[in-house]
Each structure stands twice: as C-alpha cells, then as structure tokens.
Design a binder for this molecule. Sequence first.
Ligand SMILES: Cc1ncc(COP(=O)(O)O)c(C=O)c1O
Length: 391
Amino acid sequence: MKFSDRVLRVKPSQTLVITAKADEMRKKGINVIGFGAGEPDFDTPDFVKEAAIEALKEGKTKYTPSAGIPELREGIAKRLKEKNNIEYKPSEVIVTPGAKMGLYEIFAVILNPGDEVIVPAPYWVSYTEQIKLCDGIPVIVETTEENGFVLTADLVEGAITKKTKAVVINTPSNPTGAVIPRNELEKIAEICLKNDILIISDECYEEFCYEGEHVSIASLDKEIRDITFTVNAFSKAYSMTGWRLGWVAAPEDYVKKLTIIQSQTTSNPTSFAQYGGLAALEDKGKFPSMMKEEFRKRRDYVVNEFLSIDGITCPVPKGAFYVFPNVSAYIKGNIKSDIDLAAYLLEEAKVAVVPGSAFGKEGYIRLSYATSMENIKEGMRRIKESLKKLS
Ligand SMILES: Cc1ncc(COP(=O)(O)O)c(C=O)c1O
C-alpha cells in the first residue's frame, strides 16, 4: 500500500467504531442497548422533511452556490443576530455539509505545518484528528472533574506558545456536558485577543443547556467576533444528523477562503437539505425545546443511577446529551483500562458505551442519553448488575 503520512497520522472515530460493533451484534440477534451514538433518538420533524420533499418536487436538485443558497445564508445570519446576539452579514456565513466539514475547512484555512491548536480535554473525537490532517499540532489542556470539566482562561494561557494559532472551545461540551460561564469566556477571549489567537467556537449543542446560559463567545464584543469562527449545525438541534447541514460564521475574508476549500471538495451542501434547513430556522427553536425537556428528565435519571453505584462519581452535565462518569474504581484486575471496561460492558451487559480515552481522558466512559427512557432504564439496570460482578 502507498499510504500518505497524513492518513497514517489519523485515527478512526471511536464513537463510530463502537456504534458499528453494536450494530453487528444486533444483526446477530443480540439485544444491545446503545449509549454510543451522538444523535437524538427523535425523528427529524415533519415540517423539515416536507420542505425538502417540496424542494425535490420543484426540481431543486442541482448544484447550489458553494457557500449555500443565499436565503439560507441570510436566514442563518438573522438567527445569529436574534438568538446569539452576534452581527454577521449573510456574506459572513457559509453553509457546510455538517459542522464537522465546517471545522475541517477552518483548520485547512488557518493552519500551516507545525501550527498549534489548543484543544481542551475531554474533547470531541474529531478535533485532534482534523488538526493533524491539516498538518497542525493539537495541544491538549486537561480540564478536571473537580471543576466540572469547564475550560478556564488559566488553562488556555498556560498552553500558549509562539506557535499557537487557535483555541477550540466547545460549549456545551461533548463528551462532558460542561458549559463555560460568561465570565470565564470573557477571560478566555481577552487572552486570545492579547496573544493574537483565533477562537473556534463549536456551539452544536447550544439548544441543550439545562442550567446556566449558553453564551456565544463572538457575542461578547466586535473585536472578539473578528477573531472567532462560530460553528453550529442543524444536526443535533433538529435531529438532522444524516442530512449533513451546518454552518460557520466568521469575518468575510475567512468565509471566502472556507468557500474555496468547499468548492474544491464537496462543491456545496446538498441542495434539497438546505431547504429543510430553511424550514428548521422558521421553527425558531420550538422543536429543540421540546427535546430538551425530555433530555433533562433522562439526564437526571442517568446521573442519579450512576451516583447510586459504589465508587462512581459523576458530575452533573449542564448541557448536551451525554454523561461522563468516572469509572476508575472498576479498572482493576483483568480490566486494565476504560477500553477494557467498555468491552466488558458490551460483552457482559450488552450495553454500548464509549471509553473516555477516545476523548483523551482515561478512567471515564461516555454515555449518550439520547435514547428512550425504556432503553435507559434497562441499560442502567444491566450496567449496575455487571459492575456489581466486578466489585
Ligand atoms: C461537539 C461536536 N461538534 C461537531 C459535531 C459534528 O456535527 P455534524 O453532524 O453537524 O457534522 C459533533 C457531532 O457529534 C459534535 O459532537
């Protein structure tokens, strides 16, 4: 094989690996409960589907402008003003095939070989790999369970070198559900301004904030806005993960460059999906609010269940739809790591969870509670029973 060094640097997504393994077991007739996947169990709302079907019927099936259809760019800019209190012109918004592609385009546009990007751990699996794909170096800073896994300005400041190009912030966070409070964001922004560092703000879970408020760092002031890429998607908020539709908002010169990458790779986000996105914008957050209330009940249940297990600690996630319990008390004997524990839970309890090390944090596991309450109850019962056998 004649592989590039680039591809050899990159690991496959662990969450997708676990999901595939659980699917394989299900095909064999094994009743596996999946806490692995990072997507809502709700269907895409009908009004979104209908808008896309209408677009298909009307023949909106051809290439669109690379940066997305003008009305969607305009709609997203309006939403960023109304919901996030950030002024962006439509020309400062690019519609992307999912937030993931938007993030990749950002790294491709800003990184030169050897440039460093500060990534707070536990981190979403793709940041580090995308940075490496774009010849950059991820510099991991460790947030702590004691501090609710919240990124602090001190952590950012301590990781800055002459090569630092950007910092990634993800609030609410996948995998921990941590929400960065306004005062901390202000301090982080100040440090970035002082050190001439760009900010990549991944806000994919903004609709799911159970305590505290979601603050977009770019809303703090114009100077901060000008050094920030605000990334978001319809994926989680409108249960549209398979549609591949997200956006990046940034100063126009950056958006022009992101558009060059997009035009030479995927050309444009899928035409009719963009019309679904337009319909989702018109809903003005009613659908995600409904999901949020359901997720809140599930979160409370899962956290309480974990807290009732001997030796486990579990910070209460303030947002997103994941819990990240500390299972280090069960890493002993034949179970040498969180990876072994996840494998044990899959074999023994027939429950799929993702090991914390996939997110750069050993001794933890991540569970997505975006699955039915019935599954959650049965899954937690199985986990408790299997862990009991280990103690
Ligand atoms: C933090 C975070 N950012 C980005 C993404 C990617 O979102 P999309 O499906 O829109 O590409 C995910 C998906 O799991 C995520 O958890």
